[in-house]
Structures are given as structure tokens and as C-alpha cells.
Design a protein around this ligand. Structure first.
Ligand code: ZN
Length: 266
């Protein structure tokens, strides 16, 4: 039985399936209804079992890029046969098919990575980024904790500015519970509860599996970066001076980290 922790998005930076014939199929199509479906059907008809799909539309160029990963089934089509079938689709402009039985196919076509706002994105392992914050704190003590917090504030402000630019202040105000889901979408932690009262401001947010806390054990609430991020985000969006306390923390054994943001006492 699957539980929700087993689900989630696999960011397809590579595929490694040794001993099987595997494929990476890169197709440029016109940005038209049914283009993806047509390509998928043609490849599936040859017996490719899809393992993942990613891509993007570029309406300004009337083009879409589709990257399909797959493996052999009972049938083992050649890359040439797949390319020929795909190119026969009236919407397809260009196609490239890589295949291997060595196991490794790398994603080398989808760069740069961007959020829907157009902002560049980079993928960093949780152990890299969480580890970097932890080492900074272990090495520099309270100085390192302060830097982690201040980096969080700066990142929260930058993210808020990006949000305002993309969906506008009204869009943010009308979607406050949704905004919290950005943390889930970015993989920082699963936002399981958001409650925001605007006047006087009080925000409560609960995050499961926060990247900063989940691999640590602590007797006191551990978060610095995320706490700073909430402060930066809220202060930039609402134009108010807030403080954020972490009242529950997975590093202390709680099921989630809970962040309570309130107006700073004068
Ligand atoms: Zn925590």
C-alpha cells in the first residue's frame, strides 16, 4: 500500500536501468492540441513502456518540446523505427532518439530550468543544501545560525517580489492558502496547514518534512532559514514587520514544523 510519502515528483535528470533496452525520445512539435497525444500514441504502438515524461511549451515560438523516457516491453523497437514513426506525425518538427542497454541516459536537452514565472531554477540535493546550512551552523555556532536566518529573510523577500511580479498583489491576497503550497511545489516541505489572519497579522503554517529540519535532531526548534523565509515573505507581501517562532519541529520529534508569525512588538 502506497502512503503519500512514497509519492512525489521524480525530477528526471537521468535514467539508469542496467540490462534493459531503454530510450530517451526528444521531440519538437508545433504547439498544437493533440501533438503530445499523437507522439505518445505512435511510440506506445511500437511497444515502448513509458517511464516518465517532461517538457515545455513555448507559445511565443509556436513550439513544444517533449522528452519521453521509456523501456522495452515485449517489443524492442530500434531507435530508428521510433524516430521514423514520430516524424510521421504532422505536428512534429524534429525528433531525436537515444537508446542504450548499458543503463544510463542523461537529460541533456532541457536547460535552462525555469519556474512558470520565467525565473531560473536549479536542482540541489536535500543533503547538499540542508547539509550546507547544518555545517555552517556547526562551524560558526550562533553566527552561523544568524547567517542562515538572514539568508532565509533575503530569499523570502526575493520570492515574494517574484510572486508579486507574476501574479500581482491581488492574486496573492486571493490565494493565500495556495501561496503556502509553493513550499510543497518547490520540494522544501509539505505544507499541511496554513491559516492567515490579516489584521492584526497572525500566520500559522505547518510543514511536514522540512528540508532544513528533517535530517537533524534537536532539543529546541531547529529551523533558522525557513523561519527567516516566512518573515521575508510575509514582510514583503504585507509591508509589515513580523517575527516568526517555530513552535513545533520535526527535529524535536514532532510530526511537522509549525511556524507562527506575528507582528513584531514595538
Ligand atoms: Zn523544524
Amino acid at each position: 500500500m502506497l502512503n503519500k510519502q512514497d509519492l512525489g515528483r521524480q525530477v528526471q535528470t537521468f535514467q539508469y536501468v542496467p540490462g534493459k533496452l531503454t530510450y530517451r525520445i526528444v521531440v519538437t512539435t508545433k504547439d498544437e492540441v493533440g501533438a503530445l497525444a499523437d507522439v505518445v500514441q505512435r511510440v506506445a504502438a511500437l511497444g515502448v513502456n513509458f517511464t516518465s515524461e517532461c517538457g515545455a511549451n513555448y507559445p511565443e515560438f509556436n513550439l513544444a518540446l517533449i522528452v519521453l523516457y521509456g523501456e522495452e516491453s515485449k517489443k524492442r523497437p530500434t531507435p530508428e523505427a521510433i524516430k521514423k514513426a514520430v516524424l510521421a506525425s504532422p505536428t512534429v518538427v524534429e525528433a531525436k532518439v537515444e537508446s542504450t542497454t548499458d543503463g544510463l541516459l542523461m537529460e541533456g536537452d532541457l536547460f535552462p530550468l525555469r519556474f512558470p514565472s520565467g525565473r531560473r531554477a536549479v536542482i540541489v540535493g536535500l543533503d547538499n543544501w540542508g547539509g550546507m546550512l547544518r555545517r555552517m551552523r556547526d562551524e560558526f555556532g550562533s553566527g552561523g545560525e544568524t547567517i542562515a536566518y538572514e539568508e532565509g529573510v533575503a530569499a523570502g523577500k526575493a520570492d515574494a517580489k517574484g510572486l508579486v511580479k507574476t501574479i500581482g498583489l491581488e492574486g496573492i491576497m486571493g490565494n493565500i492558502p495556495r501561496i503556502g503550497e509553493l513550499y510543497t511545489a518547490h520540494g522544501w516541505g509539505r505544507m499541511v496547514y496554513t491559516k492567515v489572519k490579516v489584521s492584526p497579522f497572525r500566520g500559522v503554517m505547518r510543514l511536514e518534512g522540512s528540508f532544513e529540519c528533517v535530517e537533524n535532531r534537536s532539543k529546541t526548534p531547529y529551523s533558522r532559514f525557513m523561519r527567516g523565509h516566512f518573515v521575508g515573505l510575509v514582510s514583503e507581501i504585507f509591508g509589515i514587520d513580523v517575527v516568526c517562532r517555530e513552535t513545533k519541529c520535526v527535529a524535536m520529534g514532532d510530526p511537522y514544523c509549525e511556524f507562527v508569525s506575528t507582528l513584531r512588538e514595538p
